[in-house]
Write a protein that binds this ligand. Structure first.
Ligand code: ZN
Length: 194
């Protein structure tokens, strides 16, 4: 189910081009103070992708304001990195989804496929079913799904809602762009219980 595409370096090249578009839009918008944004990428060592992950994955696109006295950082949304998680965003979605459903994949099999250990995978499942539903993002975004997606079915229900064609990178792009508001600072802020 779904994972063949993530083994393919061209998929990750494609996602980088999406991140470049998101970054360019952020750069054009400039800093909140009106200053120009200069390149100030973060080094990264992501895990869970294909064997020959493109070099562009050694960093996350980010900017710094060029105006003296401001120098504020702007990190655009990403379809590659899910906040500070070490594993690539698509992997964090897919592996947790593969643990769900009527015939969940065994942890051992997923560990062999993606290199995430049992504890890491368990943490992702907790993230999707407990933390993610509490984010301001999800409290608004859930309204676009009819019928409603059950929290217990996250993230599998999201995967099924977006990925309708097997191995479609465009479907993955739509899903990861949908989730991208949670990839920036504050995006995972958790609201009070409502
Ligand atoms: Zn500024």
């Amino acid at each position: 189910m779904y994972h063949r595409l993530l083994r393919n370096a061209s998929f990750w090249v494609f996602l980088f081009s999406v991140d470049e578009e998101l970054a360019e839009a952020a750069r054009e918008a400039g800093c909140q103070c009106g200053g120009p944004l200069h390149c100030a990428n973060y080094p990264r060592k992501p895990r869970g992708g294909c064997e020959n992950l493109p070099e562009s994955y050694r960093y996350r696109l980010s900017f710094c304001c060029g105006r003296d006295g401001c120098r504020k950082r702007t990190t655009p949304r990403s379809v590659r990195f899910l906040g500070r998680k070490v594993f690539l965003g698509a992997v964090v979605v897919l592996v947790a989804a593969m643990r769900q459903g009527p015939s969940p994949r065994r942890v051992r099999e997923l560990t062999e496929l993606f290199g995430a250990d049992r504890r890491t995978i368990a943490r992702w499942c907790t993230f999707w079913c407990q933390q993610f539903p509490q984010t301001p993002f999800w409290k608004v975004a859930r309204g676009r799904f009819a019928p409603r997606l059950a929290i217990a079915d996250l993230p599998r229900a999201l995967l099924e809602a977006f990925i309708q064609r097997k191995d479609s990178r465009e479907d993955w792009k739509r899903l990861l762009q949908f989730l991208s508001p949670i990839t920036i600072t504050g995006g995972l802020g958790i609201t009070g219980i409502s």
